[in-house]
Structures are given as structure tokens and as C-alpha cells.
Write a protein that binds this ligand. Structure first.
Ligand code: ADP
Length: 204
């Protein structure tokens, strides 16, 4: 029994490792990069709601068409759509060994929604990484990303809206996980390699 199939992953040293993780942090904190690196290292899928929503929106599925106007405005898409998206995604077999969530939960309601969905599956979240980056740094990073202009919602006013939405929602969300002993704050300043090493120390 390797632990495959019961939702546990077994690390190289034989200890049962943490394999169901969510990454929280403001837009531009480097969540996507770090979530992808962490997922690769743990051998589990990287599940980004932003990426999934962009895919369904480009594909023009009913869910994608409903989500699109919210995304274009930098507003949160309705919880029920996110719930549907995540439930479908974590049921795929590649998520049996765990997953790294990126971009979800974004609100306390979403956290409660995930708690319900994952407890039905018998696979609760094990750790929640909070990438901490000061607001001034965020503004600088998103401005740099905007210069590369690969996403329509990286326009200045829309980024500002995404940041406002983040700050309004983040305190109750982080408290939810802090009070359950799941929160792992990580300093998100510095290069991607530096941040990745800090995460690696926390999740060997
Ligand atoms: P960022 O974190 O930089 O804002 P994302 O790629 O995570 O970018 O998200 C892009 C957009 O997709 C958000 O502005 C929002 O409209 C939508 N979105 C992504 N994840 C969620 C979620 N969990 N709940 C609601 N909306 C979401």
C-alpha cells in the first residue's frame, strides 16, 4: 500500500507528506509560479481557477460564457460556478494523489464551499500557504506584468479592482485557516527561487 488512492502521498523518506495544499496571496504575489513549482515537486496537479476559467471562457462553454464578464471586469465570478469547476476538476484521477490549488478559495464562502466538497471526498485541505508581499511591491510587479501585456485584465484600473477585491476578502479567509491551524505564512519577497526555497523548507 503506497497510500495512492486513499488521498495520502508518501514522500521519498517514507513519511506521509502533505499533498493537498492551497496557495493564497494577492494578485501579482507569484502564486501561479510557486503553485506550479510546488505541484511539480510533489508530483500532483496544479489547479488554477484563473487558468481553468480562462480555458472554459475561450472554449465558450456555458460556464465559461457566464464567467467571462466578471473576469473581464476584475470581479469574482459567482461561487456556484467556482464550486462546479473545482468539484469537476478534483474528481479527475490525477488529483487522487493530491493537488495544489491556486486562486481558490478567494472568499470565506468559497473556503466553506471547499471544506464541504473535500470532506465529501474524504480529502480535506492539509495546509494553506499564504504568500506575503507588501502592497507597494504588488503594484510594482503588476505594472511590470502589464508591460508584457499578455492578459486583458492586467489593465491598470482592473488590476486595482482585483487588489481591492483581494483586500476586502483576505482577512476573514486567512483567519478561517489560521484558527484551524492550517495556515503557513511564507515571505513572498525576493526572486522566484528564493521564495521556492522557503516553501520547500516548509514542505520538504
Ligand atoms: P489574479 O490572481 O492575478 O487576479 P487569476 O488568474 O487567479 O488572477 O484570476 C483571474 C480572474 O478569474 C479573477 O479576476 C476572477 O474574475 C476569476 N477568478 C479566478 N479564481 C476565482 C475564484 N476562486 N473565485 C471567483 N473568481 C475567480
Amino acid at each position: 500500500m503506497t497510500g495512492q488512492g486513499n488521498g495520502q502521498s508518501v514522500q521519498k523518506d517514507g513519511s506521509a507528506g502533505v499533498s493537498r495544499i492551497a496557495l493564497l496571496g494577492p494578485p501579482g504575489a507569484g502564486k501561479g509560479t510557486q503553485a506550479s513549482r510546488l505541484a511539480d515537486r510533489l508530483g500532483v496537479p496544479h489547479i488554477s481557477t484563473g487558468d481553468l476559467l480562462r480555458q472554459v471562457s475561450e472554449a465558450g462553454t456555458p460556464l465559461g460564457l457566464q464567467a467571462r464578464p466578471y473576469m473581464d471586469a476584475g470581479e469574482l465570478v459567482p461561487d456556484q460556478l467556482v464550486d462546479e469547476l473545482i468539484r469537476e476538476r478534483v474528481r479527475r484521477p490525477d488529483a487522487d494523489s493530491g493537488f495544489v490549488l491556486d486562486g481558490v478559495p478567494r472568499t470565506l464562502q468559497q473556503a466553506e464551499m471547499l471544506d464541504a466538497a473535500f470532506s465529501t471526498l474524504g480529502r480535506p485541505l492539509q495546509r494553506v500557504v499564504l504568500l506575503e508581499v507588501p502592497p507597494a511591491q504588488i503594484v510594482e510587479r503588476t505594472a511590470r506584468r502589464r508591460a508584457l501585456a499578455h492578459r486583458p485584465d492586467d489593465r491598470a484600473d482592473i488590476v486595482a479592482n482585483r487588489l481591492r477585491v483581494y483586500h476586502a476578502e483576505s482577512t476573514p479567509l486567512t483567519e478561517h485557516y489560521r484558527s484551524r491551524g492550517l495556515l503557513a505564512p511564507i515571505n513572498g519577497m525576493g526572486t522566484a527561487d528564493e521564495v521556492a526555497s522557503r516553501i520547500e523548507e516548509a514542505f520538504p
